[in-house]
Design a protein around this ligand. Structure first.
Ligand code: IPM
Ligand code: MG
Length: 365
């Protein structure tokens, strides 16, 4: 039989990145076994802070090219607080990959699952189901993606640049409107909020101007605006009223952690970083060196990112069986929580990485 075969570049990285990646690949393979009709080949690529400590390089020779050749990239987590560049920043080849492959659309779902302890007392918090769309190549991360771009960096002063460009912003907003359309078609939300600080920054007024220009092509999507500070407040006060939120890189970095906190913690924060040619999937959390090697990490953010990767491949290749496999994983997570069979330690449960993974495998097989 001639099953389509997809090449996946796998960068486990540091700390819990290794454990949650192993969990994800096991779950993906189980879902593939259920659905059938495609294969995945995994190509392990070495990179991260531990590798940097021993080699002076943040990725092994040839790893970036190999990542670029793959159909999708899966990344665990990178970074160790004690391993740093001379300028004081941590080792983050991931930022470079985002830029190299122009992964402008950082899709970060924030979704409440049943029985996951909620930090908000209001019962409507059970309805939280929104997407933070974080631009992921420029904004205030522009100078950080490469270490020599700061216009001023000396003993008296350091400047980082917040860069908003028209081509990237047009593509970002188009992606956001299409995402809102697709969610509307599935009966969810259908509004798109432009989160910015257009009252103060020219770059942000420009970001909003382009939002309005692109909106003309999407009259069916309800268009909203919020300043980022007010958005932080509203994510606590009434998060259930939002659907897709589109924003600059740094705002998205901050609000996606807030989003994770709303629905259990960073162990629930999945992420797909998508460009025109490439896609990288990773949990939005870090390497959590404080719990590494202890079988305590919640692998669900990584596993749900793996499901996003299957969805992405389905769309890219027009092979709906991969979307079915993604659905199998999402349904298993939903059912696992509903039946109280998934109880990650992250929110007070008794199940570590292995136990959560095994239970999910049981639910899928
Ligand atoms: C994230 C992370 C990364 C970021 C770090 C690890 C470089 O916080 O994916 O949100 O800042 O983008
Ligand atoms: Mg972050």
């Amino acid at each position: 039989m001639n099953e389509p075969n997809f090449q996946i570049a796998v960068i486990r990285g540091d700390g819990i990145g290794v454990d949650v990646t192993d969990a994800t690949l096991a779950v993906i393979e189980a879902a593939r076994g259920r659905v059938g009709g495609f294969r995945l080949t995994y190509n392990d690529l070495i990179g991260g802070a531990a590798y940097y400590r021993e080699s002076g390089q943040d990725m092994a020779p040839g790893a970036e090219d190999a990542a670029g050749d793959a159909d999708a990239i899966f990344l665990g987590a990178i970074g160790l607080p004690e391993v740093r560049h001379e300028d004081g920043t941590e080792i983050s080849p991931h930022l470079r990959l985002r830029e190299m492959f122009q992964l402008y659309a950082g899709v970060r779902p924030v979704k409440a699952y049943p029985n996951v302890p909620c930090r908000l007392a209001d019962p409507r918090a059970a309805e939280i189901d929104l997407i933070i769309l974080r631009e992921s190549t420029e904004g205030l991360f522009y100078t950080a993606a490469a270490h020599n771009r700061n216009p001023v960096a000396n003993d008296d002063e350091v400047q980082d640049v917040l860069r908003i460009t028209r081509p990237t912003t047009e593509k970002l907003h188009d992606f956001a409107f299409r995402l809102a359309q697709r969610r509307k078609a599935k009966g969810r939300g259908g509004s798109l909020t432009c989160v910015d600080k257009a009252n103060v920054f020219r770059s942000m007024a420009f970001f909003r101007q382009i939002f309005d220009e692109r909106a003309e092509n999407f009259p069916d999507v309800e268009r909203r605006y919020n300043y980022v500070d007010a958005q932080a407040l509203d994510l606590i006060r009434r998060p259930w009223e939002f659907d897709v939120l589109v924003m600059e890189n740094m705002f998205g970095d901050i609000l996606s952690d807030l989003g994770g906190g709303l629905v259990g913690g960073m162990g629930m924060a999945a992420c797909g970083e998508i460009g025109d040619e490439h896609g990288l999937f990773q949990p939005a959390h870090g390497s959590a060196p404080d719990i590494m090697g202890q079988d305590k990490a919640n692998p669900l953010a990584a596993i749900l990112s793996g499901a996003m990767m299957l969805d992405y491949l389905a769309e890219k290749s027009d092979q709906p069986q991969l979307a079915d496999a993604a659905g199998v994983i999402e349904d298993a997570v939903q059912a696992g929580f509903a039946e109280n069979r998934l109880r990650p330690m992250e929110f007070g449960g008794d199940m570590g990485t292995t136990a959560v993974t095994d239970e999910l495998l049981d639910l899928i097989r």
